[in-house]
Design a protein around this ligand. Structure first.
Ligand SMILES: [Zn+2]
Length: 123
């Protein structure tokens, strides 16, 4: 049995697309989009997917903008989390550009030794 959800964006039914038009004769309406559950679940397991609840990115983000505080309060974050890591520093040759610094006012590419931080495995 296939289950369906209605798009959870409270304004889904106000977006003017042909796919939302329903009704007969002069009794036309724009209706909230109906979503087939698991439509993007290619592994056929019960992994939850946000697009089981929203018809597209536009509706998802309209919902998130409208209910941002409520969404954040579902799982409040009151302090940062930390992941222990090891790092390695590595020197490499990079370039910076000096605009109009050449003999004929052209841009010059100037090499220099830069340092990058490499994050090693976190366990
Ligand atoms: Zn929608």
């Amino acid at each position: 049995m296939t289950d369906y959800n209605w798009c959870h964006n409270p304004d889904c039914h106000t977006i003017e697309t042909q796919s939302r038009v329903r009704g007969t004769g002069d009794n036309k309406v724009l209706r909230t989009m109906k979503i087939k559950q698991g439509r993007y679940n290619y592994s056929n397991d019960d992994t939850p997917d946000i697009y089981d609840y929203f018809c597209n990115q536009n509706c998802l983000h309209q919902f998130l903008r409208k209910f941002a505080r409520e969404v954040a309060n579902i799982r409040p974050v009151r302090e940062p989390s930390e992941t222990p890591i090891k790092i390695e520093k590595e020197k490499y040759e990079s370039y910076r550009y000096e605009w109009n610094s050449g003999p004929n006012n052209e841009t010059q590419r100037v090499p220099y030794m830069a340092t990058r931080t490499i994050i090693k495995n976190s366990s």
